[in-house]
Design a protein around this ligand. Sequence first.
Ligand SMILES: *[C@@H]1O[C@H](CO)[C@@H](O)[C@H](O)[C@H]1NC(C)=O
Ligand SMILES: *[C@@H]1O[C@H](CO)[C@@H](O)[C@H](O)[C@H]1NC(C)=O
Ligand SMILES: *[C@@H]1O[C@H](CO)[C@@H](O)[C@H](O)[C@H]1NC(C)=O
Ligand SMILES: *[C@@H]1O[C@H](CO)[C@@H](O)[C@H](O)[C@H]1NC(C)=O
Ligand SMILES: *[C@@H]1O[C@H](CO)[C@@H](O)[C@H](O)[C@H]1NC(C)=O
Ligand SMILES: *[C@@H]1O[C@H](CO)[C@@H](O)[C@H](O)[C@H]1NC(C)=O
Ligand SMILES: *[C@@H]1O[C@H](CO)[C@@H](O)[C@H](O)[C@H]1NC(C)=O
Ligand SMILES: *[C@@H]1O[C@H](CO)[C@@H](O)[C@H](O)[C@H]1NC(C)=O
Ligand SMILES: *[C@@H]1O[C@H](CO)[C@@H](O)[C@H](O)[C@H]1NC(C)=O
Ligand SMILES: *[C@@H]1O[C@H](CO)[C@@H](O)[C@H](O)[C@H]1NC(C)=O
Ligand SMILES: *[C@@H]1O[C@H](CO)[C@@H](O)[C@H](O)[C@H]1NC(C)=O
Ligand SMILES: *[C@@H]1O[C@H](CO)[C@@H](O)[C@H](O)[C@H]1NC(C)=O
Length: 705
Amino acid sequence: MRLYIFGLVLLGLDLVSARLVGVPTIPFEETGGEYPLSQLKEIIVDTRYAHDVDADGETLIPPTLDQFSRTFQGDLFSSLGVDLPLGYNIMPSADSIFITVRNSTGFHDAAGRWTSEGYELEINDDGIIIYGASPLGAWWGTRSLIQMAVLGDTTLPVGSGVDAPGWGTRGVMLDVGRHYYPPGFIVEMCSYLSFFKQNLFHLHLSDNIDNNVDLYTREESLSLYAAFRPWSDNPAVAGLNRRPNESYTLSEFDDMQRQCASRGVTILPEIESPGHALVIVQWKPELGLADLSMLNISYPETIPTVKTIWETFLPWFHSKTVHIGADEYESGLVDDYTMLVNEMNDYIRTESGKNMRIWGTFTPEEGANVSTEVSIQHWEFFEDNPYWDYIMNGYEVLNSDDAFYIVDGWSGSYPQILNKTRVFYGAPDGGPYAPNIFDTSNATNNPPRDNPFVLGHVAATWNDYGPNSSAVLNAYYGWRDVLPALGDKQWGGNLLEDEYDSIFETLHAVIPGQNLDRWIASESKDTILSYQFSSGKTDVVKDESGNGYDGLLHGCTVTNSVLNLADGCYVETPLGSKGRNYTLSFSVKPTSTTPGTLFSGPDSALLNGNGTISNVTLVTGGNPYSLNYSLPLNTWTDVQLIGRGNQTFLGVSSPSNGTVSTMEFLARLGDDGTLLVWTSIGIEAPLARIGEGFTGLMKDIVLSG
Ligand SMILES: *[C@@H]1O[C@H](CO)[C@@H](O)[C@H](O)[C@H]1NC(C)=O
Ligand SMILES: *[C@@H]1O[C@H](CO)[C@@H](O)[C@H](O)[C@H]1NC(C)=O
Ligand SMILES: *[C@@H]1O[C@H](CO)[C@@H](O)[C@H](O)[C@H]1NC(C)=O
Ligand SMILES: *[C@@H]1O[C@H](CO)[C@@H](O)[C@H](O)[C@H]1NC(C)=O
Ligand SMILES: *[C@@H]1O[C@H](CO)[C@@H](O)[C@H](O)[C@H]1NC(C)=O
Ligand SMILES: *[C@@H]1O[C@H](CO)[C@@H](O)[C@H](O)[C@H]1NC(C)=O
Ligand SMILES: *[C@@H]1O[C@H](CO)[C@@H](O)[C@H](O)[C@H]1NC(C)=O
Ligand SMILES: *[C@@H]1O[C@H](CO)[C@@H](O)[C@H](O)[C@H]1NC(C)=O
Ligand SMILES: *[C@@H]1O[C@H](CO)[C@@H](O)[C@H](O)[C@H]1NC(C)=O
Ligand SMILES: *[C@@H]1O[C@H](CO)[C@@H](O)[C@H](O)[C@H]1NC(C)=O
Ligand SMILES: *[C@@H]1O[C@H](CO)[C@@H](O)[C@H](O)[C@H]1NC(C)=O
Ligand SMILES: *[C@@H]1O[C@H](CO)[C@@H](O)[C@H](O)[C@H]1NC(C)=O
């Protein structure tokens, strides 16, 4: 069945353009006929450009045309099952995908400027040619090709099209300062972004939970949660980062940047000061203002200290732009603020040649006189009017308006998932959102679409309530269903909501380089894994689901279909985690009060007590979520760990009296001492190991989806 949809869409008043449905939409003129992928024999990289790189993009480590092509070769196989050899020549051969570089008319952005991210796609009876404006442009062309092939059920329409992004900066920001995210998650998110042609992952690397000065004493403020994620052994910053296990080392940060760059996504780092800087003040308390989350800029050691931090970490960063935060500072100290921002701009430029960005905070009208070399990331109209305060004064502005803010876990003012209605109808006139729409209700505050000072759009997710307010993968679920649609608008596509709804899950199922859903392949829809411990070899636990996910016994014994867990023995499975939705059921009989692990995996662990308390506890991201419940000793209990959307439950029933009860694992949100709210939390099922530390019996382990 051919699923792709050909459309004629009215753009503006009289411009009519043909395009295919994709995310983003793909400009394409069909000339009749089809080309089946099964006819393809090889991928050919143009020898003349194989080692070219795009010098215009945000990254300083751009892949070559050859490297991008090899990643594409792997993606063709993982997304479509098409396994093609890759070779080099200066021209296509019959039934090849020829990947090359050339300049075409139409490679321009919304402001009419040439962009290296453009590409041209040509499909004829002989095969396919992707012409990139640069290797990066060709890479975006490969994304279009995969999407077309998936939606067209491996058949492509014959024809051609020229495509280019309207804006050069497209992506997301994640607050990794108030909540730690492991490098693997960042890399998988880059793969996600890349499939929809988003090119920026902004990491907010340092922050603290709200230092409520009316509530906290100085001592309390100094012990509030605050974190600085990069980890350096440089003695000059010793003590700044006090969380070695929740950090990015140089090699981890380097690897994240390289893996993201390999799919056309640049990591843009932010180290925040002079506000949201409690972590710096906890390190050097003499640098703080009365509100210890703010630096006292007039204190002689303050700016040198900020420079020392940047001196240490600038060499780590492979982006052309870095972000110094400069958000939400003391309103009486605008001159100090201007001084810090301008000194840091001069310093960073001189030291590294990089550009610098800040959050929109003080406007020229409020007395700020920040160099126009500094670009501004607008987030809220109560801080600034991006068009009239900044663009009209010669500043480049990146749109991060809080129309697309998320606060994970819970918030009094922001949602936990992106708003799809706003993507498709968020312009003041009810039309689609776009990077030049700063204000969704008042068009006077929005520059024209072709204004060259609008850099693009970045949707931000914050962790105002700290490290235990949500699970790592929750950040993905806030974006999962709607970010690709926003990606269409960031690119400048013209996808309609019903078109998006009709193709999203089909495309989602093939996104290469990630398994953020923690999906597990299964023959049967219901049972993914079933360990009945009924028979077989001594060290193998047979999976009776039919999926063949057999386990291995490490020191444990099996008697009469019952697994005997003792002395740290465990069962190793070939699985890691199962994401939403799942039910993991098992029967368990603890025979000792010694706490132990029931199940563990890369994203979570289910514990029978932690050493101090006996409560059943789920751990994710290093944070424990305990129930008011303990498994009864020397009694069989039937247990179900249940993941349903963003909720996680434990169902228990006692075979002796049949009582069933279901309890929910909840996150307790609030700063030290003040409980704000209990909120639900979605936690992946832990599957890699069964047992390890737990003493007792277990049987009838079944995972269903
Ligand atoms: C491509 O052509 C345009 C004019 O159409 C020009 O502005 C641009 O610099 C050219 N780019 C390259 C890489 O040659
Ligand atoms: C900030 O530092 C200046 C210079 O050392 C000092 O005079 C001032 O009292 C400090 N402000 C606060 C609030 O500590
Ligand atoms: C702003 O800074 C520039 C560059 O340093 C300077 O020339 C200008 O006089 C300043 N403007 C104001 C109002 O202070
Ligand atoms: C959980 O999902 C529901 C329904 O989508 C939503 O209303 C709620 O805000 C979400 N809660 C959290 C903690 O994300
Ligand atoms: C989503 O956005 C639309 C359009 O801006 C708005 O009317 C609606 O209230 C928003 N929904 C939520 C849940 O915020
Ligand atoms: C729209 O924005 C303009 C410019 O900021 C302002 O003057 C006007 O009052 C706003 N209109 C409304 C209805 O808020
Ligand atoms: C177990 O959990 C309790 C309650 O959260 C906590 O006070 C205690 O420190 C934990 N013990 C260990 C060993 O983690
Ligand atoms: C890091 O170590 C601390 C202290 O042992 C612990 O509380 C935290 O859970 C760990 N974090 C992770 C992500 O494992
Ligand atoms: C553990 O469970 C008991 C009730 O069995 C409850 O009082 C206690 O608050 C729980 N501890 C935690 C950390 O949830
Ligand atoms: C998971 O369960 C929730 C709540 O019942 C439901 O809204 C959602 O669609 C389910 N997700 C999947 C992938 O089945
Ligand atoms: C059923 O058995 C469980 C586990 O032994 C016990 O906690 C619970 O109180 C019993 N309920 C009734 C109604 O007897
Ligand atoms: C969650 O983290 C905060 C630090 O932000 C801490 O104060 C609080 O006690 C933690 N809550 C739980 C239930 O672990």
